[in-house]
Design a protein around this ligand. Sequence first.
Ligand code: DC
Length: 229
Amino acid sequence: MKNYIIAIDGFSSCGKSTVAKDLAKKLAIAYVDTGAMYRSVTLYALKHGFITDCKFDEQAIISSLNDIDITFTYEASTGTNTTFLNGQNVEKEIRGIQVSQNVSKVSAIQAVRAKLVDYQRNMGQKTSLVMDGRDIGTVVFPNADLKIFMTARDEVRAQRRYDEMKQKGETVDFETILTNVKERDLIDTTRKESPLRKADDAVLLDNSDITKEEQFDFIINELKKRHII
Ligand code: DC
């Protein structure tokens, strides 16, 4: 059977990675979390002092791109994805609020996008995969076999992120999360480089009021309709 690509794009915290992981597990294909790549570059910039409270040194970030190596391990049986930045497991750190507050600005840098998009396209040449992000259906894989564009109401998304962080034991405040969700939406949709938008041929999926199971079945049905599975 030929390799196929499922592109899942959409707003932050609307459950893209959850459904992408479930699909990867069910279909026994690879899962690639492109947000983790932008988050890793952001973490690198924070750790090296390129981003501080009063500074955002875009040039330093661009100059350091060749020193940044991002790799993943994916355990299909458990659906566990682990991100490594220069060989170090950063899976937990890249989900923290400091990275979340700066990642949209880092992902708006053209040179950062060029490097990561190149890497993402290479991954798709070798194997079937489900990839989630903001520009997968529009830029990375415009010929993806199935494109899903996910959304949900702001408050619903903030609540999900809040619950997720609480569960991980992080001290968080709902209003801060909601503000971050809204700010990221604004930057992601209005940036010059590959803004977040629904591809014309993507299927819209608003999951504010449906269960995870309904959402999963909806996508499986779209795959079947296209004879992908
Ligand atoms: O999916 P996420 O919330 O982990 O993504 C983090 C940020 O990375 C998000 O605010 C926008 C950016 N991003 C992007 O610009 N393009 C992608 N393909 C994936 C993420």
